[in-house]
Design a protein around this ligand. Sequence first.
Ligand code: DSN
Length: 426
Amino acid sequence: MQRDIELFDIIRRERDRQTRGIELIASENYVSDQVMEAMGSVLTNKYAEGYPGKRYYGGCEVVDESEKLAQERLKKMYDACWVNVQPHSGAQANMAVFMACLQAGDKFLGLNLSHGGHLSHGSPVNFSGLMFHALEYNVKEDDGRIDYEQLEQIARAERPKLIIAGASAYSREWDYERIRKVADEIGAIFMVDMAHPAGLIAAGLLKNPVKYAHIVTSTTHKTMRGPRGGVILMGEDFPNPWGKTTPKGEIKMMSALLDSAVFPGVQGGPLEHVIAAKAVAFGEALMPEYKTYQLQVQKNAAAMAKCFIDKGYKVISGGTDNHCMLIDLRTKFPDLTGKIAEKALVAADITTNKNMVPFDSRSAFQTSGLRFGTPAITTRGLKEEQMAWIVELIDRVLTEPDNSQNIEKVRAEVNAQMVKYPLFAW
Ligand code: DSN
């Protein structure tokens, strides 16, 4: 067959873009060659609807082994009793939890999207907000931290059936114990979406939500550094049924409800090549080097947040406990929107994303903030010492976002430095 020059040239250009720039999107990372090898393997050819040992297709005995390996490794990473490694994404993992725990129209409580929450935690344009009754809690305006009092008040007054902790742009540790307490008080299920800090949690640098929540979901590609995908986990609450009855009147265990919510509830055939790549990434996460990597992610983020503060930027909550930080541009540049800032930085080969900040005066299309994260640059080998240089470059761009000559100079500096941190072997 003739080589698809057109498509592979596009991939080459994306590889060049990833190589020459500074990647600061908090949810991105660079996977290992082994993870990519598994994703691009013959496993993509296999249909395997069902679960290991109970498939709807023949010839699944080999992929049963890789899926079971992924399950066992994931359980070890988080000390979980039960896992499902089939969700194609974090949003689909969340959708499966909604399907297993709620009926359409039921109330649930999640963090406001514009305060750092996630689309699938109740946004009105997402299935979660469209099909269910979403209630939201915020962060506090004075310190940018979760307003646990407000969360408790809403929980007691509204009695949602599900409470969700977890965020896309929140840089602090969570008080899971406190949320579990109120969930128990009102008989709600407590779910944590740990997608962002999952790698730091696996390395033992942040609290493990599997110990506090009934159900935990995650993506596998952010700090965790695996292929794009999702997972669901349960800890010691695993054996308890929740009293949801089947049409035949049986009480089903939550594990069975979740398995059937993933397949056949929201998905068909699992992506066995991606599940194999998840197994590789989970294996990497169980190695001692992983902890060193995650520790460096955290140190780099702390150093970067300090550099921003030293340059007069407002970092929401005054710093970070994890891999990310949210900058409110209004303190230093009242007229600069996140949209313009993101565009100017991308022109300088510094990739980040505009983000709403809590109590933002601008829309989600403009925003007053930028979100930064250190997982990708840490994989690349950058250390705390380089964070001041990066923040200096960002500051130069944001000071004159319309000055193309200045941006060009920054870009040349970025490219010259990043050559020193090789990425891909091929
Ligand atoms: N969109 C992802 C992020 O960037 O955080 C979350 O799913």
